[in-house]
Design a protein around this ligand. Sequence first.
Ligand SMILES: NC(=O)c1ccc[n+]([C@@H]2O[C@H](COP(=O)([O-])OP(=O)(O)OC[C@H]3O[C@@H](n4cnc5c(N)ncnc54)[C@H](O)[C@@H]3O)[C@@H](O)[C@H]2O)c1
Length: 265
Amino acid sequence: MGIGDLLRFDGKRVLVTGGSSGMGEATVGLLNEQGAEVHVLDVKAPAQDVASFHEIDLREIDLVDAAVDVIGGPLDVVVNCAGVAPVFGKLDVLLINFCAARHLTDRVIDRYMPDGGVVGSIASVAGRGWRDNLPALCELIGAPDYSSAAAWCEAHPDALDNAYGWSKQALIVYSMLRAVELKERHIRLNTLSPGATATPLMPDFVRGVGQAVFDSVGEIAGRSSQAVEQARPLVFLLSDAASYVNGANLDVDGGFLADLATRER
Ligand SMILES: NC(=O)c1ccc[n+]([C@@H]2O[C@H](COP(=O)([O-])OP(=O)(O)OC[C@H]3O[C@@H](n4cnc5c(N)ncnc54)[C@H](O)[C@@H]3O)[C@@H](O)[C@H]2O)c1
């Protein structure tokens, strides 16, 4: 089978959160082109055609559960694109970017995902410090449900202080842990960590971290990425072309982290 065939999603049912804007919208566009049946969960409606749209705030966990039940199985692929920038309330950043994404993913895996299914989540280069916080992150990830994960976040000032970074670190480590736990079912989980990307969220990032920090992330490439430049590698991770890629975090940052890692030589 050629690589073009491996990148097809014909007959696959896919759930995308945050599929109405930015990288999620670009991902939905590519998945549609590649033959997938795409279902979107977002607070605003998508501009492009999808199999179903569910207007839901991810923090409304009961509504998320109900929407997932309505979409039903089999759900071959889950894509967590929904996210908010550091200008949001700290607890809300952790709830939307991590706690709700984990809840939805686990619900689909437990009830609707066949063996061999795939999960892809958009983390961030802001999650690169996960090794420093691994024991605490494992505690958060080990919280048995959404409300206990929320309570853990409320009780941990370190996590609240850098809510965006912690939310992305937690997503990266969660994907790694689940990739290992689910090996018998051959379910693959990976994360994509974008650098600076031109989406409607960008002004919020600039306000949250400051123009100088934001610009430094795009410095090596000389520009920010376009949403589709993130969606293409994400769709690769979701596809059969990435059949041996599991528990990985793919930095798509135009060389930002390579520069950081080698600068001190
Ligand atoms: N833009 C960047 O520079 C950048 C860099 C690294 C990582 N990211 C991450 O990429 C992901 C996609 O962001 P984007 O830049 O495409 O932004 P975006 O704002 O264009 O897209 C985010 C989508 O998530 C949806 N969403 C937000 N909160 C929600 C909620 N509570 N419930 C349901 N849907 C919700 C929004 O309506 C929107 O459609 C996010 O997880 C973000 O943290 C962005």
